[in-house]
Design a protein around this ligand. Structure first.
Ligand code: A2P
Length: 284
């Protein structure tokens, strides 16, 4: 069950509306689990970004007890919405004692957040050489940049096959991604923009590690055993055909990086496109 805003929370501290630099207004908040939520904000008219990039967002910190001055508390967040969307979407974890997310989780439509309009990041098409098949590997909130890339027509124009894997601890944590994939397949605008034939290139491979679900296990283990390739009926990853983008927790990023290198893939960058790219998912 998802809980759409307005949300009634007894412990919700209202986010002060004040003259903040780079302020944007919250338009929608969805709580997916007690640990995960997504929200949409207005988009600065001047902001252009490439799907997969991140921006710094946050709130004003508490006043300094001595000086009374407030400093912005900012963190890197991947933009989850596509570059053609008129609003910006973000997907976040709620860390109970996290400096930012302990407060950010209480935002409501009409509140303001700070958004520095300077998008950057490595999970962009420009950082990869041309290929036949692209793999998006995500854990937890690492799904966010792919929520943007999966709604970008270029993803479907550049590749014959798009495979997104998402590993989470529990089934409920897959819900944001599962709903998004379902929406992509059904959305009339996207069908028109991307084409139904192109959308059929998309494969979704969700797995859980700590709760029973149709496919259990860490994606890295499923790759090592060859199970993921058997399940999808595809050849194992090769540098000739496959490209990959990775976004998840640090241990996962390191492990999959090693695995991709063992297949012969090399890490690319904006200035030096190669076979795969990696970004760390936001953690407060
Ligand atoms: P596990 O439950 O076995 O730790 P988290 O919520 O801690 O960010 O983790 C998200 C998902 O990433 C979990 O399903 C977790 O599995 C998985 N994970 C954590 N570390 C690794 C790793 N080194 N390789 C693959 N998956 C990992």
């Amino acid at each position: 069950m998802t809980e759409h805003s307005p949300v009634t929370q007894t412990d919700a501290k209202p986010v002060k509306t004040m003259a903040m630099p780079d302020a944007q207004t919250v338009t929608e908040v969805t709580h997916w689990t007690d640990r995960l939520f997504s929200f949409r904000v207005t988009r600065p008219a001047s902001l252009r970004f490439r799907s997969g990039e991140f921006v710094m967002i946050g709130l004003m910190g508490d006043p300094d007890p001595k000086t009374g001055k407030q400093k912005p508390l900012l963190r890197a967040y991947s933009i989850a919405s596509p570059s053609w969307d008129e609003e910006l979407e973000f997907y976040s974890i709620k860390v109970p004692d996290g400096p930012l997310t302990s407060r950010l989780q209480h935002i409501q439509p009409g509140d303001e957040i700070i958004l520095r309009p300077k998008p950057v990041g490595t999970l962009v098409h420009d950082a990869l050489l041309p290929g036949k098949r692209i793999w998006f590997f995500a854990t937890g909130t690492g799904f966010a940049p792919f929520a943007s890339l999966l709604r970008d027509p270029q993803t479907f124009e550049d590749y014959d096959e798009i495979i997104i894997t998402h590993t989470c601890r529990e089934v409920g944590e897959l819900e944001y991604g599962r709903t998004l994939i379902e929406d992509i397949r059904q959305d009339e605008l996207l069908n028109e923009l991307i084409g139904a034939e192109n959308l059929a290139k998309l494969r979704y491979y969700p797995t859980t590690t700590r709760e029973e679900s149709p496919k259990m296990g860490r994606i890295t283990d499923l790759m090592r055993s060859g199970e993921v390739y058997r399940d999808l009926g595809v050849e194992p990853i090769s540098p000739e055909h496959d490209r990959a983008m990775v976004c998840g927790n640090l241990a996962f990023n390191l492990e999959i990086k090693e695995l991709l290198e063992s297949y012969g893939l090399e890490e690319g960058a904006n200035s030096d496109p190669k076979h795969y790219v990696v970004e760390k998912a936001f953690l407060d």
